[in-house]
Design a protein around this ligand. Structure first.
Ligand SMILES: Nc1ncnc2c1ncn2[C@@H]1O[C@H](COP(=O)(O)OP(=O)(O)OP(=O)(O)O)[C@@H](O)[C@H]1O
Ligand SMILES: [Mg+2]
Length: 249
């Protein structure tokens, strides 16, 4: 069985069928990219999976557990995390405190058996490990809100990783970045493969082809096809979809 399965997902906005009976599977250790023209329904699909939007029909299953009826924070507890936009960061607080808060939220009661001092050390260690992993060790004392854009996006990612996800949802993590920040983000996402599966929405096709083990193409709310980079590149309908739009992909 796949690590993650979306089965028959449907979402309507009035008369618009934004998600049209979508089936999607993500395997353990997989980076699965979701591509498609503007308005294809990529963000809507991620919002259905994270629970931000209720689905009109269909099921969400992670690790054999049906998450369909659960609220977003409950899904996070079951291992399904997403990058929230940077607004979830406490902008006036140092990067260190933002990381500590996220680690603490995840740790919950798991440190209760430790003495206070030990618990604090364990939380700090976990926060520093996250900073190291995401390239933020040098800016721990800086208020999160003054970080350059690329670092803010990496902090956003670090906060999602604090939840120790089994599946991480990333909606355009490279958006608005220059080439240097993009490259750093691509390398970081690639390194995460060993700790979590990833569903990646991205318009930057270089990034998609470098990172993705599998690519699903969404068009008008439907999955047109799924396969590796060679399959998708050679798919006649995919080519016509992209040639027929001014998509950045
Ligand atoms: N809350 C909403 N209410 C009404 N219509 C919506 C809502 N959210 C999205 N839509 C519509 O649903 C369709 C899919 O939108 P969605 O944002 O999921 O596309 P997308 O693939 O993420 O596009 P982009 O590449 O531009 O981010 C679009 O036609 C959009 O206008
Ligand atoms: Mg979108």
């Amino acid at each position: 069985m796949s690590l993650f399965m979306a089965v028959g997902l449907v979402k309507r906005f009035g008369g618009l069928l934004a998600t049209d009976h979508v089936d999607l599977a993500v395997e353990q250790g997989e980076i699965h990219a979701l591509i498609g023209p503007n308005g294809a329904g990529k963000s809507t699909l991620v919002n259905l999976i994270s629970g931000l939007l209720p689905a009109d029909a269909g099921r969400i299953v992670l690790d054999g557990v049906d998450l369909t009826g659960l609220a977003p924070h409950q899904r996070v507890r079951h291992g399904l995390a997403r990058c929230f936009q940077i607004t979830s960061v406490f902008r006036n607080d140092p990067v260190r405190d933002n990381l500590l808060l996220a680690v603490q939220a995840q740790a919950g009661s798991s440190f209760h058996c430790l003495r206070r001092r030990e618990a604090e050390t364990a939380l700090m260690d976990a926060a520093l490990a996250l900073a190291d992993k995401t390239g933020l060790a040098e800016v721990l004392d800086r208020p999160a809100g003054v970080l350059p854009h690329g670092m803010q996006k990496r902090l956003d990612l670090a906060l999602a990783l604090a939840a120790r996800p089994r599946l991480l949802l990333l909606d355009e993590p490279m958006a608005g970045m220059g080439p240097e920040d993009s490259l750093q983000m691509i390398e970081l996402i690639g390194r995460l493969r060993s700790e979590t599966a990833i569903l990646l929405i991205e318009h930057d096709m270089d990034a998609v082809f470098r990172l993705a083990d599998r690519i699903s193409v969404l068009v008008y709310g439907r999955v047109l096809t799924s396969g590796d980079a060679a399959h998708v590149k050679g798919h006649a309908e995919v080519q016509s979809v992209y040639l027929g739009t001014e998509a950045h992909a």
